[in-house]
Ligand binder design. Structure first.
Ligand code: AMP
Length: 368
C-alpha cells in the first residue's frame, strides 16, 4: 500500500540536506507538501532517492497559469505513479520573436495553491497512489546553460528538430514553436528521467511531435495523453483564454462548433476530405458573416488559420480517411483585437487589444 508518510519523510530529508530552493513565495503557514527546485542537481538527488526506493515518477510539463486541463493530467499521473513532478517553465525558445513571451500569464502563487489543494484532494480520496512531490521551476539560465535561448529561425543553440512534423499545421504559422517545444521537453526528460510524461490532447500536434522524438531518440520515458478538458460550453481550456473577454470568448466557441460539425459528418459515414471539412468551413463562414454585419462595438472578428484533416502519425493531409486508422481533425483561428469596446465591458486581460490564437482538435477513431 502507498506509504504517504514515507514520501513525506523522503521529501523532508532532502529539504534538510540539499541546497534546494524551497517555494519562493509560499503564502500559507503550513509546510508545503512538495519541494520547489530551481536547479538540476538537487532534483537529481531526489530522483535517485526515489529510484532506490522503487518509486515511480510521472512528469507533467507545463508553462504555469494552471487550470483544470493541467490538473487533470496530474490526476491521471497520480493513478499511475507514486511521485509526480510538475514543471513550470515559460519556455522562451518556443515563442517566435514577435510572439507574446513577456505577456504570457505568470501566476506562481495561485499555481502553488492549486497544486497544494490537489495534493490535499488526492490524499483525501486515497484512491490514487501518487502525490505531487516536487515542482521544477528552473530559470532560463538553468535550462539554457551555455547560449542565451534564441527564438530566431536560424538562431544558434542546441536544438532538437523533428521534421517534417514540426513544419506542419501550427508550425507553418509558428516556425520555431516545435523546435522550442521538442528542445525543452528533451531537457526536462533528461533532467527528470521520469517513467512517464503526461501531455494534453488539446495540443495534439505537440503529442505527435513528442511521441516521434521519444521514439527516434530512444528516450526511456513513456508518453501518456490526457483528454482535452473543456469549459461547460465546450471551449477548450487554455491559459491564454484570460485574454479573450466575454465578447471574443462567446464568438471563439465557433472553433469547437466547427469541429463538431465535421465530426458529425464523419460519424454519419462520410470519409472524403471535402465533405468532412466543408461541414466545419460552413460553420466558420456563417459565424464570421454574422459578426461582419455587426458594428465595431458589437462584433468580434476572427480569421481561420487552418482546418486540417490529417493522418494521426504523419500529420499528412488526407484526401480520404482510412477507416482502419481514423484521423486527426484540428483547427486554429486568430481572434482579432476588439475594434471598439463598450463602457464597462469585460474585454479580458489586455483590454481586448491582444490577438488570441485558439487551437482545438478532435480525434476521429478508426471505424474498424
Ligand atoms: P501549457 O502550460 O499550455 O504548455 O500546457 C501544459 C500541458 O497541459 C500540455 O501537455 C497541454 O497539452 C496540456 N493542456 C493544456 N490545456 C489543456 C486542456 N484544456 N485539456 C487537457 N490538457 C491541456
Amino acid at each position: 500500500m502507498f506509504a504517504w508518510k514515507r514520501q513525506f519523510s523522503i521529501a523532508n530529508t532532502l529539504l534538510k540536506t540539499t541546497t534546494t530552493t524551497t517555494a519562493r513565495t509560499m503564502t500559507t503557514a503550513t509546510p508545503p507538501s512538495f519541494q520547489v527546485f530551481r536547479d538540476v542537481p538537487p532534483l537529481r538527488q531526489l530522483r535517485r532517492t526515489l529510484l532506490l526506493s522503487n518509486r515511480t515518477v510521472g512528469l507533467v510539463p507545463t508553462m504555469g497559469a494552471l487550470h483544470e486541463g493541467h490538473l487533470s493530467l496530474i490526476r491521471q499521473a497520480a493513478t499511475e505513479n507514486t511521485d509526480i513532478i510538475v514543471s513550470i517553465f515559460v519556455n522562451p525558445t518556443q515563442f517566435g520573436v514577435n510572439e507574446d513571451l513577456s505577456s504570457y500569464p505568470r501566476t506562481w502563487d495561485s499555481d502553488v495553491a492549486k497544486l497544494e489543494a490537489l495534493n490535499a484532494e488526492l490524499s483525501q480520496q486515497n484512491t490514487s497512489p501518487g502525490r505531487i512531490t516536487a515542482i521544477l521551476a528552473p530559470t532560463s539560465k538553468v535550462m539554457y546553460p551555455t547560449l542565451p535561448p534564441s527564438s530566431e529561425i536560424d538562431g544558434d543553440g542546441s536544438f532538437v528538430t523533428i521534421l517534417p512534423l514540426a513544419k506542419k499545421l501550427e508550425g507553418a504559422s509558428r516556425p520555431v514553436f516545435f523546435r522550442g517545444v521538442a528542445t525543452v521537453c528533451m531537457k526536462l526528460f533528461n533532467i527528470v528521467n521520469a517513467e512517464r510524461a503526461y501531455f494534453g490532447q488539446k495540443d495534439v500536434q505537440q503529442t505527435v511531435v513528442i511521441r516521434r522524438m521519444v521514439q527516434d531518440f530512444h528516450v526511456g520515458t513513456e508518453i501518456r495523453i490526457g483528454e482535452t478538458v473543456r469549459e461547460e460550453d465546450g471551449l477548450a481550456m487554455s491559459s491564454r483564454n484570460v485574454y479573450l473577454g466575454v465578447r471574443r470568448r462567446g464568438v471563439g466557441l465557433v472553433l469547437y462548433e466547427a469541429l463538431r460539425a465535421a465530426e458529425g459528418a464523419y460519424l454519419a459515414g462520410k470519409g472524403g476530405r471535402e465533405e468532412v471539412l466543408d461541414a466545419a468551413r460552413g460553420v466558420a463562414k456563417r459565424v464570421l458573416d454574422e459578426q461582419s454585419w455587426l458594428g465595431p462595438a458589437e462584433r468580434a472578428l476572427f480569421e481561420v488559420d487552418y482546418i486540417s484533416l490529417a493522418d494521426p502519425d504523419s500529420l499528412e493531409e488526407l484526401k480520404v480517411i482510412d477507416p482502419a486508422k481514423g484521423a486527426i481533425l484540428s483547427a486554429a483561428l486568430k481572434m482579432a483585437p476588439l475594434e471598439e469596446s463598450k463602457p464597462g465591458e469585460d474585454c479580458g486581460l489586455g483590454d481586448g487589444k491582444v490577438p488570441v490564437r485558439l487551437i482545438d482538435n478532435l480525434i476521429f477513431k478508426p471505424r474498424v
